[in-house]
Every structure is written in C-alpha cells, then in structure tokens.
Ligand binder design. Structure first.
Ligand code: MSP
Length: 542
C-alpha cells in the first residue's frame, strides 16, 4: 500500500493539507478563522507552483460539548450542527477561502470510514476495556492532569469553567505500545513537528512515558457507537481525526479506507493551533501506525490570537465577530493583518487600531499609492504603455534590482517554511524602496527635461517592482493582487484556482523583469482604499 502511494507521489506534484475540523459548539469567531486563512495562503502558494492541491477543512460535530450546546439552545444535536455548519461555510466564502473538501463528522461516509479504521486497530489488539478516572474538561474534550489545573479545579484554557470528575469503564487505545516507534519517527523526520519550540514540547511529553488513552465514553449519546460494544460511544477525538481521512474520498467513491488513501495519502501538512498539538503529533501518528497507514508528513502548531494576553475564544467571550470585521474592512485586509503582523507559531494580540494603521500604511499608502503614481505618469508620458527599455542593461547594484532580483526565491523559501510574516515583509521592503526611488528620481522632472530614456527606465523598474510584489503577495491578498495585475495589463485573476498555475506560473512570474515593453496599461484606479475606524462590536456571546 505504501509503495503504491510513494510511486504515485514521485510522478505527481500533489499537496494535501488540512485545517482542524472545527467544533460546532458555537458560530465561528476570529480565532477559529486564523488557521483557515493560513491554510488558504499555503494552498494558493502551492497552486502557483503547479501543485495539485487538496485543501481540507470541516467540522467536528460529536461529543459532550456539542450535545450540551444543542441542549442549551433547545435544539436536536443534528439541527444545531446543521445551523452552525452553515455559518462556517458562509465565513469561508466571505474570507475568500478556496477549500476543496468540507468534512463533516456526522456524515454517513465518515461513519463507514470510522468503523473500518476502528476494526483495523481492534484487529491489532490495540483496544482494551479499562477504568478511567480523572478530571475532564468538556471544552477541551480532554482529561487533564491534576498538576496542570488552576486552583478551584479549572482548566487553564477555560478558566471560567470547572473540570468534571469522571470514574467509568472506557475502552483504551494502547498508545504506550507506540512509544519507541514515535520516538523513531521524530528522530527520522526532524521537521515532522514545527516550529522547533512545539517539537521540543512534544519530545519532552513523550519522554515522560506515554500512557494509553480512553477512546470511548459512557453516558453520552451524541457520537458513533463503539462498533464492538454499542453501549459505549466513541470518544470525539478518535472520530474527529479520522475526518481527515474521510475528506480524501472523491465525492462519488464508495467510503472505504482503500479508496480514501488511494490518491492523496499521506497528508502533507496538518495546520493546527498549539492547544491541539498532542492529539496531532502523538495520538494521531500512533493511530495511523496501528492501522498500518503511512504517517502524515508534518504538523505545524501555530500560536493564539489573544486579547489582553488571553486566548480569544467563545467560552471567554473576548473575541470579535469575523462577519462584522469582513463586512467593515474586507477579506484582504484581514488576511494581510493576521499573516503579516503575527509571526506564525507565536501568539499575537489583535487590536483594531493597530490593524487599521498597518493596513493603511502598507496596502493603501505604500503599495496602492505607488501603483497609482506610476500609472498616472505612464498615462501622461508613455501613451499608457509599459516603456521600452533594455532590462538586461540595468546595473546589478540598481537600488530596486538589487532587492527585486533575489526576492522570488526568498519569498518562496519563506512560504515553504510558513513564515508568512517574512514573506510579506520582504515584498513590502521592495515597495518601500520603490517609493523612495520615485521621490529621489522624480521621473516627472526627467520627462519635462527631455531625459526620456532615463525617465522610462525609472518607470519600468517601478512598474515591475509593483508587479513582482503583487504576485508574491497574491497568496495573502489575492483580490488586491488581481486588481494590480489587471491594471498592469495582465488578464490574470488570482482567484481563478483552476487556471492560475497555467496563466501565471511561479517559475516565470516570480522572476524579476518579465513585464513586456509596450504592454497596454489601464487607467489608474485606487486598488486599496484607506480604512476608516468602524468600531466593530465584540461577538455576541452564546
Ligand atoms: N475540534 C477540534 C479539532 C479537531 S481536528 C481533527 C478543535 N476545534 S476548535 O474549534 O476548538 O479549535 C479549532 C482550531 O482553532 C484549533 O487549532 C485552535 O487552536 C484554533 N483556535 C481557536 N481559538 C483560537 C485563537 N484564539 N487563536 C488562534 N487559534 C485559535 O480543537
């Protein structure tokens, strides 16, 4: 099985990545959107590079947390889930997320995959009945060690809720059996867990010795019955992680494990927040090993969006409504702020004032105004066309060429490492150098003084600098990049995911100096309007 997949991978440039499958205890908040924005930017970058991409997102709909949320709204769990799922789909559309699969853990197809996977693990002898005692955080859907709790039996991630004592018979997964294999995996694939700080966290957790974990619950209806003992309900995390597998099924395919892993397995990247690292970097690879599947390639655990230092979340009621934010400021502004201003992997505070300042400085002033100024000059002095110059004659130490020539490669490297902030900052550096250059060179004066060749050369490098920056920023701000490209005379839409790799391939467009002499330019039209303070209200609670 694994050799078939390896062979096919060598001949195909394929990249499958996942967001977490989001709990539907409540409507999405801005924190839940964060992972999905990052995943979409990577998916877009990989598509530009000619990869066949499968971006998987979806929802995690079983368990006590969801059951209680439905009860508190007086709805059946399924009706509740359906209503919340619709809000996730709507938000992904507003944020311009181009996902390929939306996996719901309540689907019948998922049930079939879970049964088959459970059977494999069962047949390995990796499931047994035992006694589970401990403190349970329903918001995390996880047992907690007493030493990790705050005073008054509260979970550090949900300090406004108490953990609950449980003492029951559960089925256990034999995680301890995989101790050596997991250690080997981390040693053989040092980049399996990223960034390095998270890897260290996992290594020290594993070094303490792995303990089996319970994968069933009693006194819980909302979930799949344990196939071998329907008086138990399957633990929500066992079921949820398998949602990634179900998502791989082609829409018409019969829901079998063989069909699910035929094309896209193993998954290249699981993007997650740091709170669910252990599930993805320890439990999940052990489950895959038990079922005889090749293990996913990489897990990246990012930080939290915080408000006054605390994780933004619905349970704490300290988050902003993403629907209102998009309606007020637009998708590209949010995408840019989150990916540029917060180093991926670290926590970052969201402040609306800072957000507006950054967007106005970078996108409206630096990028948008530069394009506008150059297009106006081209319209007045160059018949609205790209001026003809000998690009090869520009000196290598030209202030813009020196920055622009190595930019494509540097940004490619940054995206590959998920260093979105570095990618954006590098592009902005070129744009800022462009603004300085136009002021210093004053091409309008050169034209007036009849120094046309010099002025044309200035205009060309400026147009090309804006083009290159727009291209390299397109995974982050696709709609703004499209407007820039179209004003520069390209028939390119960065949101056209089926054709983008053909019409604007990375190998060509990430290079310096591709703007063709004589290409017709559009009339300047501001690509990004300055944001005005809208005072977005906190998200309603509950
Ligand atoms: N259902 C599980 C995941 C199962 S994956 C098979 C879950 N869901 S969640 O809705 O609670 O969280 C989903 C993701 O959103 C997590 O990666 C979490 O870290 C992320 N975030 C939730 N709040 C966040 C912030 N305030 N900031 C950044 N990410 C946050 O866990």
């Amino acid at each position: 099985m694994s050799s078939v997949n390896k062979n096919s991978e060598q001949t195909r440039k394929a990249f499958a990545l996942t967001t977490p499958l989001y709990y539907v205890n409540d409507v999405p908040h801005i924190g839940s959107a964060y992972t999905t924005l990052a995943a979409d930017a990577i998916a877009r970058f990989q598509r530009l590079q000619g990869y066949e991409v499968l971006l998987i997102t979806g929802t995690d709909e079983h368990g006590q947390k969801i059951q209680r949320a439905a009860e508190s709204r007086g709805q059946s769990p399924q009706a509740h889930c359906d209503a919340i799922v619709a809000r996730f789909v709507e938000l992904w559309d507003c944020l311009n997320i181009q996902y390929d699969r939306f996996s719901r853990t309540t689907s019948d197809r998922h049930h079939a995959i879970v049964k088959e996977f459970f059977q494999r693990v069962w047949d390995q002898g990796d499931i047994y009945l035992g006694r589970q005692q401990g403190w349970y955080c329903v918001s995390c859907e996880e047992f907690k060690e007493e030493r990790d709790l705050l005073s008054n039996q509260r979970c550090p991630l949900h300090p406004n809720q108490q953990v609950e004592w449980r003492d029951e018979q559960n089925y256990f997964f034999r995680l301890s059996k995989y101790q050596a294999q997991l250690e080997q995996l981390y040693a053989d694939q040092p980049d399996f867990i990223q960034p390095a700080s998270r890897r260290n966290e996992v290594l020290s957790f594993v070094q303490q010795g792995l303990q089996d974990f319970s994968i069933s619950r009693v006194n819980l209806d909302w979930g799949f019955p344990v196939p071998t003992d329907p008086s138990h309900t399957l633990y929500v995390w066992f079921d949820a992680l398998l949602g990634y597998v179900t998502a791989l099924l082609d829409p018409e395919a019969e829901p079998t494990l063989a069909n699910a892993i035929a094309h896209w397995w193993p998954i290249n990247l699981h993007l997650i927040g740091k709170d669910i690292l252990r599930f993805h970097a320890v439990y999940w690879p052990a489950m895959q090993l038990s079922a005889g599947l090749p293990v996913s390639r990489q897990v990246f655990g990012h930080g939290f969006l915080t408000k006054d230092g605390q994780k933004m979340g619905k349970s704490l009621g300290n988050t902003l409504d993403p629907f209102q934010l998009v309606a007020a400021y637009g998708a590209d502004a949010l995408r840019y702020y989150f990916l540029k201003e917060i180093e991926f992997g670290r926590d970052g505070d969201f402040s609306e004032v800072r957000f507006i300042n950054i967007i106005n400085a970078d996108l409206a002033n630096d990028l948008g105004n530069l394009l506008n100024r150059v297009l106006k000059l081209a319209s007045r002095y160059c018949d609205q066309k790209v001026p003809t110059i000998a690009v090869g004659d520009l000196p290598a130490d030209h202030p813009l060429v020196a920055i622009a020539a190595p930019l494509g490669q540097a940004v490619q490297q940054a995206y590959r490492q998920l260093a979105f902030s570095d990618a954006c900052t590098a592009c902005l550096r070129l744009v800022q150098a462009g603004n300085k250059f136009i002021d210093e060179q004053a091409p309008w004066q050169l034209y007036k003084q009849g120094q046309t060749a010099e002025a044309d050369a200035v205009l060309y490098v400026l147009l090309e600098a804006v083009r290159l920056a727009a291209y390299l920023l397109s995974p982050v701000i696709p709609t703004t990049s499209t407007k820039i490209y179209q004003q520069l005379g390209f028939a390119v839409d960065f949101n056209d995911r089926a054709r983008i790799a053909t019409i604007a391939p990375f190998a060509q467009h990430a290079q310096w100096g591709i703007l063709a002499a004589g290409q017709a330019l559009a009339e300047p039209d501001p690509v990004f309007r300055r944001l005005e303070w809208q005072d977005v209200a906190p998200a309603p609670i509950g």
